[in-house]
Ligand binder design. Structure first.
Ligand SMILES: [Zn+2]
Length: 92
């Protein structure tokens, strides 16, 4: 498995550069938080079990969730697409 840096590109909607990457780390953390909260929620077993399963699923899919970007200005989130910059250039 080759390690690549998180992909990044400006917002395709408003062109803002205030874009955050919600890459693998983001989804893994989300799953970890969900799992740890759900362990406490096991006092209500149906809620806790569903939460733990969801958390584990998040952690399991996190290696595949690469290149999810979100714009801080217009809140748009999108998946990183190679070649979008040339697309934007042709529009301008
Ligand atoms: Zn934007």
């Amino acid at each position: 498995m080759g390690k690549t840096n998180d992909l990044w590109q400006p917002c395709p909607r408003c062109g803002s550069k205030k874009v955050t990457s919600m890459g693998r780390g983001f989804f893994f953390l989300l799953g970890l938080i969900l799992t740890s909260i759900s362990i406490w929620l096991l006092i209500i077993p149906p809620v806790g079990i569903v939460g733990i399963i969801a958390g584990v699923v998040f952690m399991a899919i996190s290696p595949f969730m690469k290149g999810i970007l979100q714009c801080k200005d217009c809140k748009k989130s999108w998946k990183y697409k190679e070649g979008i910059e040339s697309e934007l250039n042709s529009i301008n």
